[in-house]
Design a protein around this ligand. Structure first.
Ligand code: ADP
Ligand code: MG
Length: 581
């Protein structure tokens, strides 16, 4: 056999390896995710190339990943029957850093001598992360389509250099053999590298990070050996992951039960979701989204700091469930999965925030969620509209935040608004702005609303009297967020939104109002009697009011308080006072 050749690592790899081997213990687990993901990539590549050349499968088309431990030898082996590596490829791919993510990581570190372990954990460093736990890594591989004599063994202790030699290898694909480091005596129990020799720990990690890899990940079945009184490995393999990345399958292959079951698994919520959307998006950015609208609000809905409900995967490998940049805050109730084909596996929090791909994903996902809601809200089917009403009752107040947060979708959000009104039968928020506008009286220019703590309080306000008398509809806005929202929602369909509790209301242009005579009377200048009365009120109230005037808006009540045109409403003043401002 040919002698082994020694190669020096590229300078950047040396630097990276130095960081990896000298970094702290935190989040070392991710090395397994990285190696499994490489194995999965290798199978994907083979599957893709075999489309043109079926002989590459060599009669073995059942692609899978196997993980084996040898406690005596202290080795952990990750095997795949994917595309494999030629000798040249091993030198090239395992001796240099090609991927942009890792480069970026190196740049971010700059001259920092002491790397931040958390940073390494966040990025992941691909193949080289194996050196976090291994004192030596041996890779044995044969590229699909090459002869058995053209196998390769690559080996390194993760310092300055690696060796490669040609070997004979019957199997196509790759074994990555980690020779695990010995733990120092003072290593805390939970940080011991030994744990990666324990089958149940590995199963646990696979479940956590790689369950949705769509290939089977197998480990040897164990059986109890009474003599040794411990579990020992058998020759049989069993599948550890569910290998069912539901979202990667096409919609037509997925049953409703499967969607529901997946939701349950994802959320741990026993209530079925209200609605879901599943799409594969191609184009500028390539990704798959499977997004659910729950039927019930979670306990922490009002905590704007809570983790986003959408999990990010990159090519079926779980990355994070804490990516707020994937969904705007006002859609924090949405649950589901986004699987990107473009992002690097080792994407960091910072990169997520800056990435153009992520921005495209977010915009696309917002549009999907909004159209899901529009479909419900505008459905011909009463049952669907009832679902929207149920949605609004749970999440309407959250969606309203969007009017202030998401200017590009303000119009769509405004159409989704629902409120109770003086024209609705009960206090349920069921009137849309479009309903309101359609019912506006001839000559009516503004959309009138009143804010109050409850619909009941709103309805009993003296400020409403003239509107009720004239049959003009007023929206009753009773969510805490409404005052804030109204700061952003000034108009709808070209009609200004106007508070009935603010400034002077002029209803004189509105046709069809009864009591013309009354109005004419009110239009006169205050009589001398009235003038005297106003003076007395002013004296009695002093500084507490800005102005006292004769009003046209009262019908039954003798007096009411209104806010100045530019002042804050009484309701907002109360809210702020409650909040201690
Ligand atoms: P990345 O996976 O992002 O490309 P890695 O550092 O994880 O970066 O891997 C570097 C390269 O090594 C891969 O791109 C691939 O070419 C090669 N490689 C790693 N593991 C395998 C494997 N199991 N089979 C075939 N090639 C592999
Ligand atoms: Mg990789």
């Amino acid at each position: 056999p040919a002698a082994a050749h020694t190669h020096a690592f590229q300078a950047e790899v040396r630097q990276l390896l130095h960081l990896v081997t000298h970094s702290l213990y935190s989040n070392r687990d991710i090395f397994l995710r990285e190696l499994i993901s490489n194995a999965s990539d290798a199978c994907d590549k083979l599957r893709f190339q075999a489309i043109d050349d079926a002989s590459l499968m060599e009669g073995d088309a059942d692609l899978r990943i196997r993980i084996a431990v040898d406690p005596e030898q202290r080795t952990l082996t990750i095997s795949d029957n994917g595309i494999g590596l030629s000798l040249e490829e091993a030198v090239e791919h395992l001796g240099t850093i090609a991927k942009s993510g890792t480069r970026e990581f190196m740049q971010k570190l700059g001259d920092k001598q002491k790397p931040d372990a958390a940073l390494i954990g966040q990025f992941g460093v691909g193949f080289y992360s194996g050196f976090m736990v291994a004192e030596r890594i041996t890779v044995e591989s044969r590229r699909a389509g090459m002869t058995q004599a053209e196998g390769v063994r690559w080996e390194s202790d993760g310092t300055g250099e690696f060796t490669v030699e040609t070997i004979t290898r019957a199997k196509r694909g790759t074994d990555v053999i980690l020779h695990l480091r010995a733990d120092a005596d003072d290593t805390p129990h939970e940080d011991k590298i030994d744990k990666y020799l324990r089958v149940w720990t590995l199963k646990d990690l696979i479940g956590k990070y790689s369950d949705h890899i769509s290939l089977p990940i197998e480990m040897r079945k164990e059986k109890w050996d009474a003599e040794q009184s411990k579990y020992v490995a058998t020759d049989e393999w069993e599948q550890i992951n569910s290998a069912a990345a539901l979202w990667t399958r096409s919609k037509s292959e997925i049953t409703e039960e499967q969607y529901l079951e997946f939701y349950k698994q994802l959320i741990g919520d026993s209530q079925p979701p209200l609605r879901w959307t599943h799409n594969r998006v191609e184009g500028r950015s390539e990704y798959t989204q499977l997004l659910y609208i729950p039927s019930k609000a979670p306990m922490d809905l009002w905590d704007r700091q809570q983790k986003a409900g959408v999990k990010l995967y990159v090519k079926r490998v779980f990355i994070t469930d804490d990516a707020e940049s994937l969904m705007p805050t006002y859609l924090r109730f949405v649950r589901g999965v986004i699987d990107s084909a473009d992002l690097p596996l080792n994407v960091s929090r910072e990169m997520l925030q800056e990435s153009r791909d992520v921005r495209a994903i977010r915009e696309g996902s917002v549009k999907r969620v909004l159209s899901m809601l529009e479909d419900l809200a505008g459905s011909e089917d009463q049952a669907e509209r009832d679902k929207y009403a149920a949605f609004w009752a749970e999440f309407g107040a959250v969606l309203k935040e969007g009017l202030g947060e998401d200017f590009s979708n303000r119009e769509r959000l405004a159409k989704l608004l629902r409120a109770a009104s003086t024209h609705s039968e009960d206090d349920a928020p069921s009137v849309s702005l479009a309903d309101y506008v359609a019912r506006m009286k001839e000559g009516q220019k503004a959309i009138y609303y009143i804010t109050a703590e409850t619909p009941k309080i709103a309805r009993s306000s003296p400020q409403l009297e003239i509107f009720r008398k004239k049959g003009i509809e007023v929206l009753l806005l009773t969510d805490r967020v409404d005052e804030w929202m109204l700061g952003f929602l000034n108009e709808f369909d070209g009609k200004p939104l106007q508070s009935v509790a603010r400034g002077a209301v002029d209803l004189s242009d509105i046709k069809g109002a009864e009591d013309k005579a009354d109005e004419a009377k009110d239009d006169k200048e205050p009589s001398a009697d009235h003038q005297a009365l106003i003076e007395r009120f002013k004296q009695a109230l002093g500084e507490r009011v800005k102005e006292v005037r004769i009003s046209k808006r009262l019908v039954d009540s003798p007096a009411c308080l209104v806010a100045a045109d530019d002042g804050m409403s009484a309701h907002l003043a109360r809210l702020l006072k409650q909040a201690g401002r």
